[in-house]
Design a protein. Structure first.
Length: 187
């Protein structure tokens, strides 16, 4: 997700309705937009980080079991490009502007190479406010085994349905707060 430098971050990011209507929604939005780290060493784009808690792990397993998780950078790029073409066609046919809210979630592990994170940044620039990236405080082996089985790696997982995105973001609400508390930021 790209943030407009002229607006407060909370005004530029619109989360799924499931998240906005939840009591944790406002705090989650604040956490996602104010507690960020550069995507890679020289990046000007900041993304939030979250711990992989048991609640988040279960939400990720549920998303995968329902067929809403896509593994890998290239697969995510292809899926987003196809969706973008469809959205452009729909916009041309209706002539009406569509609201823009986060509908895709990129979950990244913390052990990727700089080139990987630069490629993720390109995706975020290209697909703007409908895609949010969050770095998980875990490695590709742990995330891969969690979702795809022993010996499998997953450096990036994209969630592609608003229900899955919302459920994972809400499960993440506690892990972002815990991370901030552990760093002395409070809740």
């Amino acid at each position: 997700m790209m943030l407009d430098a002229n607006l407060p971050a909370q005004q530029t990011m619109r989360l799924p309705k499931l998240v906005e209507s939840d009591p944790r929604g406002a705090q989650l939005l604040c956490s996602l937009t104010t507690h960020t780290q550069p995507l890679w060493r020289e990046s000007e784009l900041g993304i939030p980080a979250a711990m992989l808690t048991s609640e988040l792990a279960q939400a990720l397993r549920n998303a995968h079991a329902s067929g809403k998780a896509i593994r890998g950078l290239e697969s995510a790029e292809r899926k987003l490009a196809a969706e973008e073409r469809g959205l452009q066609m729909a916009d041309r046919q209706t002539g009406a502007p569509r609201g823009v809210r986060v509908s895709r979630l990129l979950l990244l592990t913390n052990d990727g190479a700089e080139r990987f994170y630069r490629n993720v940044e390109t995706i975020l620039h290209r697909h703007g406010p409908r895609v949010l990236a969050v770095r998980l405080e875990t490695d590709a082996g742990v995330l891969g085994e969690l979702l795809f089985g022993p010996g499998r790696i997953a450096r990036l997982v994209m969630l592609e349905h608003k229900q899955a995105v919302g459920s994972v973001l809400l499960a993440m609400a506690g892990s972002i707060c815990q991370r901030q508390h552990a760093e002395g930021g409070g809740e």
